[in-house]
Design a protein around this ligand. Sequence first.
Ligand code: G3P
Ligand code: CA
Length: 349
Amino acid sequence: MRAFQFFERITIGAIAMSVVLGAAISPSALAQSSAKVVVAHRGASGYLPEHSLPAKAMAYAMGADYVEQDVVMTKDDQLIVIHDITLDRTTDVADKFPGRARADGQHYAVDFTLAEILSLDVSEGVSAEDGVEKVDYPQRFPVGKSIFKIHTLAQEIEFVQGLNKSTGRDVGIYPEIKSPAFHLAEGKDLGRAVLATLKQYGYSNKSDKVFVQTFEFDELKRMHDELMPALGIELKLVALLSGGEENEWMGSAEGMREIAMYADGIGPEKSMIVDRDSVRGALKISDLVQLAHDNGMQVHPYTFRLDPGHVPAYAQSFEQMLEIFYFEAGVDGVFTDFPDRAVEFLKAR
Ligand code: G3P
Ligand code: CA
């Protein structure tokens, strides 16, 4: 009951913030920049703890075209919005549930019920490196301040759809099936459950404002060939590309042709498009965007951040990085922790 009351308070506060901030951005102004899209990566996570509802409200109000959800399953088969399959980096699970870690010292969401997870407090990420805890982004929202909670996928969809009704806008959602093979090994069919929830909330065909993304190509194929046909839906799928050696094939001409048999877009790590070693005035831009477009796919690279050390040396500023990707490399959208800056950039451009 206590957790529910906290959730309710956060939701009301988030809606109020969204309405206040959203008043400054008219639907027509947003439509002018609709050819290129802005995906709010874990919400406006540059300003508020990732995947909290306030971060989603802020992203919505800032004018993002899509708000991202990373989705993980609980012990009692509920879908929650969180990036990691473990709860340690962004919650106080170790303090609240001593003795519940696995052998690797981590607390896995699949080992906790939704009620238990709702009792946790969420904060900015703190990661352990060689046993030493380090705040992921020290200049962002302070760790341990205010009150943030985990919520379900259904609650987030209702939140976005509710704002779409109250503002008259049509902001999309962008759920990611997190570690589907891990979930299947745990006896959890995450992909099936996410698609069923999307259908329940009215997302059923490619014209609906949703992209479903995953890093695992086998799951992408399963969604395309088995899960969506079984549910009688056909949604846009995005193949995420990490750029690692294990999926190097995906970036080749042949790989792009194969991916296009199942996906409507790719979400590559941004260095697969502009080489990290590029220098100003001599950018090394790969053929990935062209290959994807030749195969009818959109390109939404990740992740655009303006924190110190996150704007590559080949760009003079965050905005110049956006210019390079949107207009020199020709991508169709970007995942960013700072959706206001990308929205303003596209409006000015
Ligand atoms: O899903 C696109 C981008 O979010 C991929 O990276 O690790 O933040 O989910 P990650
Ligand atoms: Ca993601």
